[in-house]
Design a binder for this molecule. Sequence first.
Ligand SMILES: [Zn+2]
Length: 267
Amino acid sequence: MKINDHLLVDDFVTQHPTPNRGGKLEPKYLVFHFTAGRSCQSSVDWLSNPKAKASAHLVVGRDGKIVQLAPFNVVAWHAGKSSWNGLVGMNNYSIGIEMDNAGKLTKVGSKYRTWFQGEIPENEVVQAKHKHESDMGFWQAYTDIQIERAEELAILLVDTYHLKDILGHEDIAPKRKNDPGPAFPFAHIHTRAFGTQDHDDDVYKVTIDGLNIRKGPGVEFEAVAAALSLGTEVTLLETRGRWSKVDVNAPNDIEGWVNNKFIIGKA
Ligand SMILES: [Zn+2]
């Protein structure tokens, strides 16, 4: 992936200019969203419809395909009423990326329903607590390729535009918004884009039961200890590609490499 004249270039990227755009943008932040939509195409159509009065710079499909609606140096209308760090109206300060994802789900019997009366298969459902809420909820998972793209985009955009931070719509409009939600691996993407921070709060939690911890960054390396159980707390030491070197907090004599898809930042 690369950027030419504020446009993303790669085989899996298409340009679909939206009329829903403002003036010149000098981005300082990157803001992630979920579409809460039916499909990537339906979201692209809506965000290109003048009636929507909404848009974003990119929409990332569940298959990893990316549609660009506005160049990164032009204001897109993704943030609405919002503020961060003394700035008000974050459309004027940020690049907006929409991830195709249905958002929060309602469990009806054994089915998981979207707000638009769609249904999500159980293997795409994660149960998690949103940081603005007190109870656990059900959310559609992001696909692996979507998370990979989000990660690549974050690294590329932070580097190209010297962005100060990566935020969620839920951070800049906390009273109105819950996207991209708890299924989005923020801590991981933040670490990839800005590097590991050198302080004590780089604590992550294991998100599956039986996570292998290995001598090196790859499945070819042998295990250094028994597999880690769900909820084990680890401190992130180093990230290399899809692998992270971690220190297991208890017992604290274990250090090794885990697939970073299965650890999530402790919010
Ligand atoms: Zn949003």
